[in-house]
Design a protein around this ligand. Structure first.
Ligand code: SF4
Length: 255
């Protein structure tokens, strides 16, 4: 009789079935047809253009089961962070009216071609925290190394793509929820390895918001004109390019 618990093959077989189910589920999701505000701080405009035009990723670069599980675990941990903040007395809204069927808070600009959905809005906090409300709430999960860098250097330096998202969301959400751009946002980072939490108040950076907004417009204009935006680097060895899902496509082009 097979010893199921100690047969590596059994785990491999079951994991392959799980991964196949996850990737099949992901494959039928409708691709985004807008520029997501959470991505606009990515360092390479050409990579953003590939992403937003739905250019096929290089072979082997599509999300695999493990990556999809990492995303799902991140979402589940963010739900826990909501519960922990509420338990601490933070009046946090993740959906309109805090009803499960209430829509997410978000914005649309450029005729809906740039959109963002926020993790939450803080309406009030415990008195001793002195939170200025309403405040935008953004939550991310990180491995221990990235989390420690975030604690040490702050989100703006250690994770500029998140800082760009926060600034853009504060700018665009202020019209519907006045005060979000004048009050600092609360950024929460969860250490996935140790369950430690980092919280940081992020003042509105108007210059950053403007730069990211301009970048969104530039990408839309390039897409409309059928133009390719410049590469971030002069060599495919560049750090960002080595991790890029469109590296072969990009560097096979004449320029
Ligand atoms: S390979 Fe490098 S330059 Fe090309 S799109 Fe990716 S990150 Fe940008």
């Amino acid at each position: 009789m097979l010893d199921y618990n100690h047969t590596p093959k059994f785990a491999d077989v079951l994991n392959a079935v799980i991964d196949a189910a996850l990737t099949a589920e992901n494959a039928v999701r409708s691709p985004r047809d807008y520029l997501g505000g959470s991505r606009l701080g990515h360092p390479c405009e050409r990579a953003l253009q590939f992403e937003f035009t739905g250019a096929p990723k290089d072979e082997g670069r599509d999300f695999n089961g493990q990556t999809l599980r990492i995303f799902a675990i991140g979402h589940a941990l963010e739900d826990l962070a909501v519960a922990w903040l509420r338990a601490a007395g933070v009046d946090l809204y993740t959906r309109k009216g805090n009803r499960p069927d209430g829509g997410q808070f978000g914005f649309e600009v450029a005729r809906g071609r740039i959109r963002g959905h926020v993790d939450g809005i803080i309406a009030a906090g415990p008195d001793d925290l002195g939170l200025a409300c309403p405040a935008l709430w953004e939550c991310k999960t990180m491995n221990a190394k990235n989390w420690r860098a975030c604690v040490k250097d702050g989100v703006a330096k250690s994770k500029p793509v998140y800082a760009a998202q926060i600034a853009l969301y504060q700018a665009y959400m202020d019209a519907s929820i006045p005060g979000l751009a004048s009050n600092p946002a609360l950024f929460t980072a969860i250490n996935k390895d140790t369950a430690e939490l980092h919280h940081e108040l992020v003042p509105f950076d108007a210059d950053l918001a403007q730069r990211i907004s301009d970048r969104g417009v530039r990408i839309l204009q390039a897409m409309d004109a059928g133009e390719l935006l410049p590469r971030i680097a002069t060599s495919a060895d560049f750090f960002e390019c080595r991790m890029c899902s469109w590296a072969n496509r990009c560097w096979d082009l004449p320029q």
